[in-house]
Structure formats: C-alpha cells, structure tokens
Design a protein around this ligand. Sequence first.
Ligand code: FRU
Length: 482
Amino acid sequence: YQFDQQARYRAYADWSPSYLAELNALADQSPWRNQFHIEPKTGLLNDPNGFSYFNGQWHLFYQYYPFGPVHGLKSWNHLVSEDLIHWQALGLGLEADSALDSHGAYSGTAIADGDVLRLFYTGNVRDEDWTRIPLQNTVTMDSDNQLASEKMTIIPPLDLATDHFRDPMYFSQNGESWIVIGGQRKSDLKAALYLYKATDNDLTKWTFHSELTVPQADTAYMFECPNINFVDGKAFVTFCPQGISSDQLDSKNIYPNAYFIADAFTEDGTLTGAGTLQNLDYGFDAYASQLINSPDGRVLGVSWLGLPEVDYPSDDYGYQGALSLVKEYRIQNDQLFQYPVAETLQLRGEEQTFGTQIDLGHNHYEYAFTVDANQTAEIALFANVDKSKAVTLSIDTKNGTLILDRSNMGTTFATDFGTSRQLDLTPGEPVTVNIFADSSVLEIFVNHGAYVLSSRIFPGDKDQTNIIASGTRQNQVWPLSM
Ligand code: FRU
C-alpha cells in the first residue's frame, strides 16, 4: 500500500472494511508475534503514553496508527491491567478528532485527578500551508473509561519555541503541580525543556515558568519525551536529545534516550547537583521511555522498543513496534538501576539449568547467568544448532566489555546504524546478566539492572530457539508464559 500524505492523514472512518480485513489477514501470518510484550495487531505503535494508576487499575496508552506500519494520524490506544503484566486492550482511548488535534493526538501523560483521569497531550495541528501548530491539550476520562467530549488547550504555542514543542509530562513536587515540555528554541534552534506551573494546583490553569537548564546536551536540536521523576532522595530526568553530538553522548542509534541524575528539583524550578548525561539503554531499540512516580511509591517506566525513521521486518506483515516490560527505576550511590517489576516473576515456569546448550523450542524465556572475573564468555541467543544464525553476546570481564551483535540474526534491518552495540564495564569484575526474550524482543539487564540493552530481534528460521553458552556459570532458564 502506498502511504502518501493523503493516506496517512485520512480519517479513520474512511478506511474500507475490506482493506482492514486484508491487513488483519496479513498480520495474522507474522512469525514474530510476542507473547508477553504489548504490540499492535496492525499498524504502528510508538511512544508509551498516559501511564497511570486510576480507578483501581493500571492504565497504559501508546501512540498508534492502525492502518499500516508507518507514522500517520496518531491516536492513543488504551490498555488496562491489574498487575502490570496482563494487559487488556480497550481500543482507541484518545482520538485525533477535533480542531485541537486535527493531525494527531501526540504523546503525553495522565494523572488521577479526583474521580477522573486527566490526560495531557500534544494536539498536532497543521494549517492549509502544512505549518504545524503544537497545542498542549487536556481531556478527562471517567471511571467507565469514557473520554469527556470537551478537549481544552491549556498551553498555546510558546513564543520562545519553534513548532517543535510537544510531549507534556505532568509531575508534582513540593506540593506544586508542574508540566515539562520538550522543544526547540527559536533563537538558536537548539533543544530546550520548558517548565509550566499550575496556578493553585488547578490542573486546567498553567503558566509558563522558565526554561529548565539541561547540562551537557547543548548540541541537540530537539528534546522529545521528557520525564522528571523522584526516587531514593534524588531527582532524575530522562529525555530523547535528538541530534546530540557523540562527545556529549555516545550512542549509535539514530536517536538516543538519555538521562541524568540531580540532587533536587527546587521550589523555584531548577535542578541542582546535576550529574553526567548517560544512555538510558545500550541496545538497538529503546526510545521515548515514559516514567511515572506511581502512587505505590515506585518509579515505573515503559520504553518504546523501536526508533523513529527505522523500518522493521514486521512491516512486511503490516505492523511495527512493541513496548518493553514495565521496569522499576531505583538510584543507589548515584547509579541508576532499572529492572522488570517484581510482578514479572509470575511469568516464570519451571526452572531449568544447563551446561552449554539448551533448545527450548521457543523464545519466551528468562535466562540468567554469571561470568566470573577475568573470563571471556560467548552466548548465542536465537541460535540454530550450528550457530550459523544467532545473536551473540560477547563478554570480556578482564577488559570490561560486553558486545551485542545481531549481524547474523537471520534477517537484516537498520544496518546503517551498525550491527553491534558495546557496553563498557569495570575491568576485572564479575558480571551477572538476566535476559528476557520473547519472539522478537530481547531485554538484557546487566548487574541487576545497572545497565540495560533492549533490542528487537527478528530470527530468520523457526529452529533459532537454542541458547549456546561458553564461559558462563550458573546457566538458569525459566520459560515465561502468561
Ligand atoms: C517521539 C515522538 C513524540 C511525538 C510522537 C508522535 O517518538 O516524535 O515527540 O509526540 O512521537 O507520534
């Protein structure tokens, strides 16, 4: 199907039932359907949105274009869960169906506000000349998951920013309500974060407060999807600094997802004691992570396992994109740890141990192992038995390197951005690794979540279900199922 601009922005109701039937039939043939990762049946998933706890349930939405594996007229697709693991799909939650969001209901956040869930999002509006007018809007959803008919713009375009001004993230601190928005300065076309404060904590009345100073990222031209969270006595900021130079952040991906830790977010809206800018994820495919301060005290987050402007093998089946497992974020000794929430343990089946090789007959598992100090290890995942097709993880604990190589995974995509990713570790120290594999997802957690590598993996053959390991110790595997 040719997705020209007109097709991409066609009203949802104008797609023919026969086209949708064909698209669904095509999607049904995919060999890469994941079991415990959220993905769209058809069309494209991108950023996680509106992650929240409301009315006794977890709510999670994602940026969604239903009609093909391309970025078109975006809406929010809605899921709910009791346990952060089993998600029930409720269908479209927020649609681009008004003058305030004519060309897309773009990314944003949600917060329980009395007896409603309040959504904040960017209404992507374009005029006759295709000039973009970014509106920050709010709308509420009731306890029957029904959206109110009234949408309202709370923040008009900002004079200081270009039309790159989006992704409002709500947070509260010191008894005040704030919104941080990603953007681009008009004055020098560099990236900026903009802070707004609610008048008397009224979540419909927002006043521009200031530009938030971001350290070590002044080469970027746009910050997408900012989040400010508070955990273990620290503030930390995650965002996607597009166009950042490699000396400010070393990332091989088309666009990175980065973070820094700060001592505090003060009452006057500044971050004090900011630390070094770092990659949030060292894998091939993690972007637009949305993190929340959940009412249970945890900081929880979800990443888009995909990147803008990248084609994926599943495009041939009419769909693209997946979300990560829900992760918990902690800070210990100024080091960020991220790890699948404890609830993930319920997916585990019976533990199996092995020496050097195991064929599970499927790729839905957690695999844990240790590499002792001053060792080299090589682990083949998604491998056929002779390892001619596999994803490899090479770990050298003497020199402190971990390399993930997907050049031989069985399909080829996104090779313009390289086929391996390297993580540097402290030389001379042992390493423990926990891997969560699903049919076309690999989430690798190093040293209990001190580092994460998240990637899409599309095996070429059905028999790529082996794990073959050398130099590892304590190989444990748990099949994972819902
Ligand atoms: C990030 C992003 C956001 C925007 C959304 C549109 O992937 O570009 O900045 O709100 O996707 O789908």
